[in-house]
Design a protein around this ligand. Structure first.
Ligand code: TXA
Ligand code: MG
Length: 357
């Protein structure tokens, strides 16, 4: 029988909250529970319990070879699970924990059979969301927690997103409101000497370089897929095709693109950006952002994609931001979600030739 899924709101003091107590008991008993973190909602279970970890994969339909991040309450516990981390680890953990940074380190045996999925490294992070922290303490175990979406869907940043994806697949979702950051943590690999970014996030490359006083780089695509299995799969796909409009696209080319799409799709079109004003065009559902509103854009991104789906838009146009250290993470997610990127007139011509309806 399918479990009945309940959403329980957590009050002002999570450490004394009965919903948090229930979550802790469930996790100790080997069950999975969804909870808020400062980045996105996570689907948490006891990282030391192989059956509980297997349940996570089942509930979100996750590919078996994709490893999970382990969430701890304190950096002191790291040495139980990871080989001696070193100086870069000390500097970064002091600067950014608790917070939206995940560090990949050489794994000790303890979690190899649960979260590592065949890798000899383990990804760890100390979240700073009070509900996540209270649940880790209450459960008394490290929490394995991927984003609490069905595999392939945008990550959830509100409890109702989790409910929409996972209703009937788990018993308890803790509601701690909207996630502050809105996109997943930065993943930085420290396991092979030089620090490399496997996934950009709110903690930027330049911020980490300032702390480490050494360059932080990205891997090429082949190395990236070897060292970060999650990037092999298509992510964050909304149900309608998403077209990413580069900030360099000329206004006239953009107008031509909109005119073309309106002639090819029958239903409404979604637009996120500042080139069209709300109410300007009845067929276009506009969600307005200025080019300076980077944090607000990230905070709302996945919620906006899910909202546009509910409007049954047939295509989504999103204005990209100019590339900078601060926008790297947003552009990364948009590029993964996009069916197509358009940066100039030649792209538009090709797009129009190849378009099928
Ligand atoms: O913000 C976040 O990180 C959220 C919250 C819930 O903490 N979690 C999250 O987990 O985004 P998930 O599973 O959706 O994404 C984790 C990413 C995946 O791309 C996975 O492949 C990668 O981290 N990863 C996990 N362990 C790894 C390891 N040992 N080496 C390389 N990549 C790893
Ligand atoms: Mg995920």
């Amino acid at each position: 029988m399918k479990p009945v899924t309940r959403i329980r709101t957590v009050g002002a003091d999570p450490t004394q909250d009965p919903a948090v107590r229930e979550a802790g008991l469930k996790i100790k008993a080997g069950e999975v529970v969804a909870l808020p973190t400062e980045t996105v909602y996570g689907l948490a279970a006891d990282a030391t319990n192989a059956d509980a970890v297997a349940r996570i994969f089942e509930v979100k339909n996750r590919p078996q070879d994709n490893p999970l991040i382990v969430h701890l309450a304190d950096a002191d516990e790291i040495e139980t699970y990871c080989e001696t981390p070193g100086e870069a680890f000390d500097l970064l953990s002091k600067a950014f924990w608790p917070g939206p940074l995940t560090l990949v380190l050489k794994a000790k045996p303890l979690l190899k059979e649960t979260v590592c999925r065949g890798l000899d490294t383990v990804a760890v992070r100390i979240p700073n969301h009070p509900v996540a922290r209270a649940v880790i303490r209450e459960a008394g175990v490290p929490l394995a927690a991927p984003s609490a979406n069905l595999s392939g869907r945008p990550s959830p940043t509100r409890a109702k997103h989790v409910y929409n994806d996972l209703r009937g697949r788990l018993e308890l979702i803790l509601d701690g409101g909207e996630c502050e950051v809105g996109i997943e943590s930065t993943v930085l690999d420290l396991s092979e000497g030089k620090p490399v970014i496997l996934r950009p996030g709110r903690i930027t490359r330049t911020a980490m370089e300032a702390v480490l006083q050494t360059p932080v780089t990205y891997l090429n695509k082949t190395e990236q897929e070897r060292r970060s299995p999650g990037t092999r799969y298509r992510h964050y796909a909304p149900k309608s095709p998403l077209y990413l409009v580069h900030s360099s696209l000329e206004p006239e080319t953009f107008t031509e693109l909109v005119r073309f799409l309106k002639g090819r799709v029958v239903g409404p079109i979604g637009y996120i950006g500042s080139r069209i004003q709300p109410g300007e065009d009845k067929r276009i559902k506009v969600i307005a952002y200025k080019a300076t509103e980077i944090d607000r854009f990230a905070h709302d991104l996945y919620a906006n994609l899910r909202d546009l789906e509910r409007y049954r838009v047939e295509a989504i146009l999103v204005d990209g931001f100019r590339e900078s250290s601060q926008t790297e993470s947003i552009l990364d997610r948009l590029k993964r979600a996009a069916n197509r990127q358009l940066s100039d007139e030649a792209d538009l011509q090709r797009f129009m030739e190849q378009f099928e309806d």
